[in-house]
Design a protein around this ligand. Structure first.
Ligand code: HEM
Length: 368
């Protein structure tokens, strides 16, 4: 089947193997009325459950009213469509919805990192929806109808689209490559292991805000990649930048893509050390802090200032605490050899709800 269940312990779209396309949409809530916001979340719940099951939003029984469903996904399969919902710190500010006291202590603005060049237009948001599917028309249909259902209650703050190689183009399901040509995702933790999942990915009841149990924090970073500079860089330097071979994805000094990058293990096997400032070495550190990356590439026309392609990484990471991202990004911002080829342009942090139960609605624990 090409359906991913909408209901479950955890939201879909987090541990789901990455689909071909992502569309992120951040909304700001226009109303100050709690009942209007809750009503929208209920209507979104119904719509998402239907769309995830490959159903349309409903039959229209009169030719004299606009159709319930906009129609462009008629006859298309669900294409592994998933929705992942979360809220930003701004949703709690001013206690607009009577939830001010429920703000998780960990949900606050990310610090400013060295070299950040953030643009307001790619940052923040009261609510986030990560929409993923293997078909772009299915993704757009979902985006359009969520927006349509939200009219009057929310307005779009920003949207960003991402892609990776499709499953058609790579039937083997190998690690996808980013726009620098390197395999990206190799070092992700194995979240099929319950212990890893609970320690690194999902918010636990004892973490302080019981309503967020089985939820997770999503970091979105729009990272422009300076392709023209990269494309003039010799292969050896590109490989030292990541600390990995381009062809195989293996850490420098070994042949296996999935070989350990932990320095002590590598030295014990007589392997060459990774350059200390390589992205892999700096991101890995001592291997104590991990997060689940679920990034996509983006391309967005021409960069107005340089005339080059505006393209890069829509960096998405899920983690039990934003501190995991902050710890790694503080190291990267000060010592990553890759910094001369990238610029961080957008940033947002969201607390994503626990899984939605049948009969419940998106975020219901927050409003209980
Ligand atoms: C590893 C690319 C930004 C965290 C890697 C690898 C590549 C890569 C090619 C090696 C293969 C792999 O393990 O997936 C990029 C690019 C970036 C970027 C092109 C920006 C344009 C970031 C950011 C973070 C991050 C912002 C987090 C703050 C990591 C981590 C690893 C990694 C944790 C795995 C390290 C380990 O082996 O333990 N990245 N990355 N990356 N990256 Fe990035």
């Amino acid at each position: 089947s090409d359906q991913v269940p909408f209901y479950g312990t955890y939201q879909a779209g987090i541990m789901t193997p990455a689909q071909n396309h992502v569309q992120l949409v951040a909304f700001d809530v226009k109303t100050d009325r709690r009942d209007e916001l809750i009503d929208l979340l209920k209507r979104w719940t119904r719509a998402c459950a239907r769309l995830s099951a490959g159903l349309s939003l409903g039959e229209t029984d009169s030719a004299y009213i606009p159709p319930d469903d906009t129609g462009e996904a008629e006859g298309l399969s669900a294409s592994h469509l998933t929705f992942t919902f979360g809220c930003g710190v701004s949703l709690f500010e001013g206690d607009r919805f009577g939830i001010g006291h429920k703000r998780p202590a960990l949900l606050r603005d990310l610090p400013t990192f060295d070299l950040d060049q953030l643009d307001e237009k790619w940052s923040g948001g009261d609510l986030i929806v990560q929409i993923c599917a293997d078909d772009q028309q299915v993704v757009f249909h979902a985006l359009r109808n969520l927006t349509r259902i939200g009219r009057g209650v929310v307005k779009i703050r920003w949207t960003q689209a991402g892609f990776q190689r499709s499953k058609v183009a790579d039937a083997t399901g190998g690690t996808p490559r980013n726009l620098f040509g390197f395999k990206d995702g190799t070092g992700n933790p194995d979240v099929t292991k319950a212990a890893t999942r609970e320690n690194t990915l999902f918010y636990q009841w004892r973490d302080g805000s019981p309503w967020l149990t089985n939820g997770t924090f999503l970091v979105v970073r729009r990272i422009q990649m300076h392709l023209e500079v990269w494309d003039r860089t010799i292969l050896k330097e590109q490989e030292r930048t990541f600390g990995r071979e381009r062809a195989s994805g293996a850490p420098l000094g070994s042949k296996d893509e999935f070989a350990s990058v932990t320095p002590t293990k590598r030295i014990a096997r007589g392997e060459t050390e990774l350059p200390a400032d390589s992205h892999t070495a700096v991101a890995h550190g001592e291997g104590k802090v991990q997060l689940l990356r679920r990034s996509y590439s983006y391309q967005d026309g021409v960069d107005e200032t340089t005339g080059a392609l505006d393209a890069g990484l829509l960096f998405l990471s899920y983690q039990r605490s934003p501190e995991q991202f902050i710890t790694i990004q503080e190291r990267l911002a000060t010592s990553d050899r890759m910094n001369e080829y990238i610029t961080h342009r957008g940033s947002a942090l969201f607390a994503c709800f626990g899984g939605i139960q049948k009969g419940g609605y998106i975020g219901d624990a927050l409003f209980a």
